[in-house]
Design a protein around this ligand. Structure first.
Ligand code: DGL
Length: 268
């Protein structure tokens, strides 16, 4: 048993889709979330900048007594997981390997589509993890740089002509290639599930990297006998930009009202 909190971070709000799954699987856990809303998006930045920001995010979370950290960000997971795991004495978990494993298992044709930020696609991390899990499968990557800003601005609803147009442009090549599984490699993308699912068709399996990361974290806690023991955990949220803006949008990602404390903090 370990009563310490789990730290979770993302460049912004997307990591809340991971928090939603963590809360569902591990209701007894205390969760401390940091969203770098003042500096989102990370995905179009250089490797060096992403690593610098990620280190600052982790340093902030480590001001709390944590049993582990979940990188609820595809971009940071693909770019800085090994580094952050090596630098910190507590477990640091990402979303790539769990999502790649799930996709490698799900595919029947061996054609896996991957959508993510520019940094995620550039990293080649999914190609490596899928090859390790299923050498017969191939990854077809597609960077979708406009998805994160559109989601952060609430433009993810089916029927919105902007998101429908952008989605069609990004997803058409993957559809033409005949992928049967599509990894949503960015934790913002579950909000686009309806739009993406409608465009790709019902026969395509969507794998959410954020949810797979949460499931893998839950399994690891169980294996290490590190689950907390209490009826209900608490949830605290920290952001680097306006806290009121966060609460309004965060409920869309969590699919429920934000009940815990929300506080703006200075980092970096
Ligand atoms: N949620 C982040 C990810 O999973 C968004 C990336 C960004 O900030 O560009 O990649």
């Amino acid at each position: 048993m370990d009563q310490r909190a789990i730290g979770v971070f993302d460049s912004g709000l997307g990591g809340l889709t991971t928090v939603r799954e963590l809360k569902r699987l591990l209701p007894q856990e205390d969760i401390i979330y940091f969203g770098d809303t003042g500096r989102v998006p990370y995905g179009s930045r250089s490797r060096e900048t992403i690593i610098k920001y990620a280190r600052q995010d982790v340093a902030f979370l480590r001001t709390f007594d944590l049993k582990g950290i979940v990188i609820a960000c595809g971009t940071v997971s693909t770019t800085a997981l090994d580094l952050l795991a090596a630098e910190n004495p507590i477990p640091v978990l990402g979303v790539v390997e769990p999502a790649a494993r799930a996709a490698a298992l799900a595919t029947r044709s061996g054609k896996i589509g991957l959508i993510g930020t520019q940094a995620t696609i550039r990293s080649g991390a999914y190609e490596r993890s899928v090859a390790a899990a299923n050498p017969g499968a191939a990854v077809f990557p597609q960077a979708c740089p406009l998805f994160v800003p559109l989601v952060e601005n609430g433009r993810f609803h089916p029927g919105d002509p902007v998101i429908e147009t952008v989605a069609a442009e990004y997803l058409s090549p993957l559809k033409a290639l005949g992928v049967d599984t599509l990894v949503l490699g960015c934790t913002h993308y579950p909000l686009l599930e309806e739009v993406i699912g409608a465009f790709m068709g019902p026969e395509i399996t969507l794998i959410s990297a954020g949810a797979e990361g949460a499931r893998a974290a839950a399994v690891q806690l169980q294996k290490q006998d590190a689950m907390a023991k209490r009826p209900q955990g608490t949830h605290r949220y920290f952001v680097s930009d306006d806290a009121a803006d966060f609460s309004r949008l965060a409920s869309l990602f969590l699919r429920e009202d934000v009940t815990g404390e929300v506080q703006q903090v200075e980092i970096g």
